[in-house]
Design a protein around this ligand. Structure first.
Ligand code: GLV
Ligand code: MN
Ligand code: MN
Ligand code: MN
Length: 418
């Protein structure tokens, strides 16, 4: 990232060394732990240097205000946390771009007619407490506060305790109507997490929709025992049963066109080389075009894994941990933004026109805080081309020129809104 060291994307260079994960590769930046705390401090310092007033809300989201806080503010931002071993752009690109766009507006002498805030959401990836978009769900009341307080991380620390250690009052976690009422419109710039823009040969898009998606915990239970003293016949080994269940997950997803189902995290209990496990937790991420398609997929997966684990004398319980229905970004807003960016939406097309427009409108399979906020306030997203098409991986990438095109687009939209 050395070519970023100066100029528009200096912010990305400044945080390039924070949270590097030498074991996994890429970055591991998890809520209120070392790297995340450093990034939060960096954001406060950067925003204050840009002349913004920073405050932390009841749920640990950071707001940097230009003008008096709310109401009817234009709010833009993203997140600074990452998946384990994630890329440099998912989240930080939106934060850095927002700060840069505001710095440009200020430098040009622009006077906004309504307040603006740069917003950094807490725990977008759900890597520490398991619930994606936790900060925006808490803010909007999309997760029950008692349930949230009781979430635990890998070390058994509750969210309530982690919040207390971070200087928040755990009793105040949860729906924050006052903070939400300040948002007139939310706009999130994000690196694209697929190949849409690469295939269209365009640097920037406006988002049109997000797949329905959720997370479920599959708990496979067997009989813990001694690895040497237990003959192979008659074992009830939940690791072998989980392997069958995971193949069944893949097969069901392949049976549902357009659906995606992934098991990317496993926990073997108790987890010893010479121990037949007693249980396995496998986390399922499932996504599809409509809420009904996704529900049908998960129902089919539930039946398939129940059957699969019986071969090894095990049972499985399926528990829903989070859910986000299909998000369709407001077509009016999408059209207006494409028109403002010189796209062809003024002709009434829906943007999925294969590249006729300068600024296409693209769907995505990735979840975002903008998707959670869309249920409460007008929301929109800008995507920046990712030439690798890879994300949630160190190979995620964006060319400097495309990032600059994204910031140009964001600045144009902010000017039109302010
Ligand atoms: C968040 O990045 C998600 O879509 O899982
Ligand atoms: Mn992500
Ligand atoms: Mn993201
Ligand atoms: Mn995301």
């Amino acid at each position: 990232m050395s070519e970023l060291a100066h100029g528009t994307l200096a912010g990305l260079a400044e945080i390039a060394g924070t949270g590097r994960d030498s074991r996994r590769g890429g970055y591991s930046r998890h809520l209120w732990q070392g790297a995340d705390l450093e990034l939060r401090a960096w954001f406060v310092e950067r925003a204050e240097r840009t002349g913004l007033l920073v405050e932390t809300d009841r749920n640990g989201n950071l707001w940097a205000w230009w003008g008096e806080p709310g109401p009817d503010a234009v709010v833009t931002g993203s997140h600074l946390d990452s998946v384990p071993g994630g890329g440099a752009y998912d989240g930080p690109l939106g934060v850095v771009s927002a700060l840069e766009a505001v710095a440009r507006l200020k430098a040009s002498g622009f006077t906004p007619s309504r307040p603006l805030a740069v917003l950094v959401f807490a725990e977008e990836e759900g890597s520490r407490f398991g619930i994606a978009c936790l900060g925006s769900r808490l803010l909007t009341g999309g997760i029950d506060a008692d349930r949230a307080r009781a979430l635990v991380d890998a070390d058994g620390i509750t969210l309530a305790e982690a919040a207390r250690r971070a200087g928040l009052d755990p009793a105040h976690l949860g729906a924050d109507r006052d903070a939400l009422a300040r948002i007139g419109l939310f706009l999130e710039l994000h690196v694209e997490q697929g190949r849409g823009l690469v295939d269209l040969g365009r640097p920037v898009a406006v988002a049109s929709s997000i797949l329905a998606h959720g997370r479920w915990r599959l708990t496979v239970t067997g009989q813990g025992n001694h690895a040497g003293a237990t003959p192979m016949p008659g074992r009830r080994d939940p690791v072998v049963a989980a392997a069958r269940a995971i193949v069944a997950v893949q097969d069901e997803a392949l049976n549902h066109p357009g659906a995606r189902a992934t098991v990317g995290r496993l926990e073997v209990v108790p987890g010893g080389t010479n121990v037949i496990a007693s249980s396995v937790h496998a986390w399922l991420d499932a996504r599809a075009h409509t809420d009904a398609d996704t529900r049908a997929l998960v129902t089919a997966i539930g039946a398939a894994v129940s059957e699969a684990v019986t071969v090894n004398g095990c049972s499985v319980a399926v528990t829903e941990e989070s859910w986000t229905g299909t998000v369709t970004f407001d077509p009016d807003l999408v059209g207006r933004f494409r028109a403002a960016l010189g796209g062809a939406a003024a002709d009434g097309t829906d943007g999925t026109d294969g590249g006729a427009a300068l600024v296409p409108a693209l769907p995505t399979g990735a979840g975002h805080d903008a998707g959670v906020l869309a249920a409460s306030v007008p929301s929109a997203m800008l995507f920046v081309r990712n030439p690798t098409g890879v994300s949630h991986s160190p190979e995620e990438f964006a060319e400097v020129a495309d990032c600059v095109a994204g910031i140009d687009a964001l600045e144009t939209l902010l000017r039109s809104l302010l």
